[in-house]
Design a protein around this ligand. Structure first.
Ligand SMILES: Cc1cc2nc3c(=O)[nH]c(=O)nc-3n(C[C@H](O)[C@H](O)[C@H](O)COP(=O)(O)OP(=O)(O)OC[C@H]3O[C@@H](n4cnc5c(N)ncnc54)[C@H](O)[C@@H]3O)c2cc1C
Length: 88
């Protein structure tokens, strides 16, 4: 197999750190295979929740578009309603 696919559900703090960790681990391991990372989120942006108080105080951008944050991954906008695991 020449390409691995990694699916990340939710681009909150857990999701964005997972993506970065996967990318770094893959680089460190000197993998020759390609990795395709797909992020599914109901929103097109990461919301920096820890900065939620900021817009009330002054103009501050508290969302970052996933496309800008991770130009090299595939972003799918959608709501995950079920995860089905099949073991064969
Ligand atoms: C005002 C405020 C201040 C905070 N300050 C701090 C702080 O100072 N320090 C600290 O450590 N923590 C802080 N927290 C807590 C911190 O924000 C959370 O612990 C953290 O956001 C949890 O990260 P997460 O990735 O699990 O979830 P979230 O950050 O909630 O991300 C979930 C992501 O998944 C997406 N999603 C959810 N359900 C679905 C679905 N069914 N299908 C597709 N996508 C979906 C959402 O759109 C979102 O992008 C704060 C929280 C708030 C609200």
């Amino acid at each position: 197999m020449n390409e691995l696919t990694c699916l990340v559900i939710g681009g909150g703090y857990a999701g964005i750190h997972a993506i970065r960790s996967i990318q770094q681990a893959f680089q460190k391991a000197g993998e020759t295979r390609k990795i395709r990372i797909v992020l599914i989120d109901k929103e097109p942006y990461h919301l920096r929740k820890v900065l939620l108080f900021k817009p009330a105080a002054h103009q501050e951008e508290i969302t970052i578009a996933f496309a800008r944050m991770f130009p090299d991954i595939q972003v799918v906008r959608g709501i995950v309603v079920r995860i089905e695991i099949r073991i064969s």
